[in-house]
Design a protein around this ligand. Structure first.
Ligand SMILES: *Cc1c(COP(=O)(O)O)cnc(C)c1O
Length: 374
């Protein structure tokens, strides 16, 4: 749909350059940055009539960037959940869905609410039970994977699961939010759908909600667009603009935050106040071997179990000064949260903290965290 996509962009081998160059109108006299178009309707006669049906140039800038990054076509949504709902929306009644044990709670809730209403059947499997997923693929309609997973950071063998025989109508969707398109391209690994919350790394500044669904197949693209149109789950003009602004620096932010995360993971591992550190980049991580072959980088999220009980972990959250005690992830600022304290997440280890590492100075981060660990 992006008529102005420059064919040279698709040939750029480096995603860093794509993030900077894509999503621009290169006609002489155009602003370098696609402006915020606060438009619902357009003068008739030139194709674009109504934003919910036909999009706006601001959303399309975001869609162009993410589409090129993911190696497909992207559709932007009002939030990550709106995008996930559009994928579930295409399932016929009675569908069989498989989601991971460790799954973003919003997506698990979406699957569960449909199951309760009798729309579909839901099974849950451990993300690292590759054989289980391969067997389930044979008679499922949607395999929804999340890798690395939230918050245990389990890496699923996406290539093997995507290659499993499945019904022609069945879909494999991957939640790519934790990996980002820079570390993992699910469509290249054989997935039909690559989904991500743009609220996280693409936005990168904790100031917007948006989601993006990327696909290669035209029929899926049409379905996902139709769902957005019908349900009205369209992205905001300001949010799309901010997401594009965020994308410009995403490669730099990720590089810095990821390097910080590795250093912090190693220091946490060696700290007596930490019972267990979960980071796919650590050789001790149960799915490190697959992470090494599948991911270009290990990401910016480090989960760790504080020695002691929930109160000991809460104390860490309330005492950090540089790190923000806040939910969500993928932003310039580091955030920390005790996940089992969240309603619906009580099954998680009680003292597990999820740290989203930002771009601050790593020694400052460690000084902050190290000083308040038990
Ligand atoms: C945040 C998140 C979502 C949902 O995205 P929203 O933008 O909050 O709607 C889905 N999956 C994962 C892994 C997330 O972190």
């Amino acid at each position: 749909m992006n008529a102005r996509t420059d064919p040279h962009l698709a040939a750029l081998s480096s995603t860093d350059s794509l993030l900077v160059a894509a999503g621009r109108d290169r006609r002489p006299g155009s602003p370098l940055n696609t402006p915020i178009f606060p438009a619902s309707n357009f003068v008739l006669g030139a194709g674009r009539a109504y934003a919910r049906d036909d999009g706006t140039p601001t959303w399309e800038a975001l869609e162009e960037i993410v589409g090129l990054l993911e190696g497909g076509k992207a559709v932007a949504f009002a939030s990550g959940m709106a995008g996930a709902a559009a994928v579930f929306d295409r399932l016929p009644a009675g569908s069989r869905i498989v989601i991971p044990d460790d799954c973003y709670q919003g997506v698990a809730g979406l699957a569960e609410s449909g199951r309760r209403k009798g729309f579909w059947n839901v099974r849950r499997l451990p993300a690292d039970d590759t054989l289980g997923w391969i067997e389930a693929a044979a008679d499922s309609d949607l395999l929804w994977l999340e890798s690395p997973s939230n918050p245990l950071l389990i890496v699923a063998d996406l290539r093997a699961i995507c290659a499993a025989p499945r019904k022609p109508s069945a879909l494999v969707a991957v939640d790519n939010t934790f990996a980002t398109s820079l570390n993992q391209r699910p469509l290249d690994l054989g997935a039909d759908v690559s989904f991500q919350s743009a609220t996280k790394f693409i936005g990168g500044h904790s100031d917007l909600l948006a989601g993006v669904v990327a696909v290669r197949r035209d029929d899926l693209l049409a379905d996902v667009r139709e769902s957005r149109h019908r349900n009205g789950a369209t992205p905001g003009a300001l949010e799309s603009f901010l997401a594009v602004r965020g994308a410009r620096t995403m490669a730099l932010r990720l590089e810095r935050a990821q390097a910080n995360a590795m250093i912090l993971a190693e220091r946490l591992c060696a700290h007596p106040g930490v019972a267990r550190t979960r980071y796919p980049g650590l050789p001790s991580h149960p799915t490190h071997a697959i992470a090494r072959t599948q991911l270009r980088g290990y990401g910016t999220i480090v989960s760790f179990d504080v020695r002691g009980d929930a109160a000991a972990a809460d104390a860490v959250c309330s005492r950090v000064r540089l790190i923000q005690h806040a939910t969500s992830l993928g932003a310039v600022e580091s955030t920390i949260e005790r996940r089992a304290g969240i309603p619906g997440q009580e099954h998680l280890p009680p003292s597990l903290l999820r740290l989203s590492v930002g771009i601050e100075n790593v020694d400052d981060l460690w000084a902050d965290l190290g000083a308040v660990l038990p």
